[in-house]
Design a protein around this ligand. Structure first.
Ligand code: SF4
Length: 213
């Protein structure tokens, strides 16, 4: 991509962005959590891409943007991950994933806070995601127990932590699931590892990115 085109892209909010060889989709800025470490509180975006959206894009718009970039490189992964919780817009997510599954071979991953069932009651979320081609799920759990979760993630839903655990249990039956946590002082890493083992999923510790401008 020529640098002027890249610079122009980075001056406007991005629905599609990339880091190294992964292509990312920023489909929403909605989220039922208010994690104290959340990057949205301190930055407008990452890697010079602006991820604060002026409005929630339609699935058609997301697909149009994706069409512009999906064939520009051999991307290792297509990841739903932006400045919000992708499952807050489940129908958009499914439509875009279905399109990507049909027109490319790139593995599709969902990065989520795991609250899809709270956000979409009465939906068969896991099987719908799986049918749409999502084969990997990375759940930002960020806490080894409910109390710590409330402290770090400040969820809107009272039962959030239990529901996230339930989401993980269901997801691992159909997809490759990992749980992640940001390395924060409140986190007990040993307990987190034990929890991952108990749930039967992988655990990945993520570096805390301090708030600087
Ligand atoms: S779940 Fe993710 S998007 Fe939502 S507040 Fe926490 S870090 Fe931010």
């Amino acid at each position: 991509m020529i640098s002027e085109e890249l610079n122009a892209l980075r001056r406007k909010p991005s629905i599609v962005y990339w880091l190294d060889d992964k292509l990312y989709l920023n489909i929403t800025n909605q989220c039922p959590n208010n994690c104290y470490f959340c990057l949205r509180k301190y930055r407008n975006g990452i890697n010079n891409f602006i991820l604060k959206l002026p409005y929630e894009p339609s699935s058609k718009e997301v697909i149009r943007e994706l069409q512009n970039y999906i064939n520009r490189k051999i991307w290792k992964e297509l990841v739903f991950c932006g400045f919000g919780e992708p499952t807050a817009r489940l129908d958009c997510l499914l439509e875009v994933a279905n399109w990507a599954k049909k027109f490319s071979w790139i593995p599709i991953r969902l990065n989520t806070n795991g609250q899809a069932y709270l956000l979409n009651p009465n939906r068969e979320v896991i099987s719908e995601l799986n049918k749409a081609g999502i084969s990997r799920v990375s759940v930002s759990l960020n806490a080894h127990n409910n109390e710590t979760y409330k402290q770090i993630c400040k969820p809107k839903f009272e039962s959030a932590y239990e529901q996230v655990l339930e989401f993980i249990r269901k997801a691992k039956q159909l997809m490759d699931v990992e749980i992640t946590a940001v390395q924060l002082p409140e986190l007990n890493i040993k307990e987190m590892e034990k929890l991952a083992e108990k749930l039967g999923v992988k655990f990945r510790l993520r570096q805390y990115i301090p708030c600087f401008y």
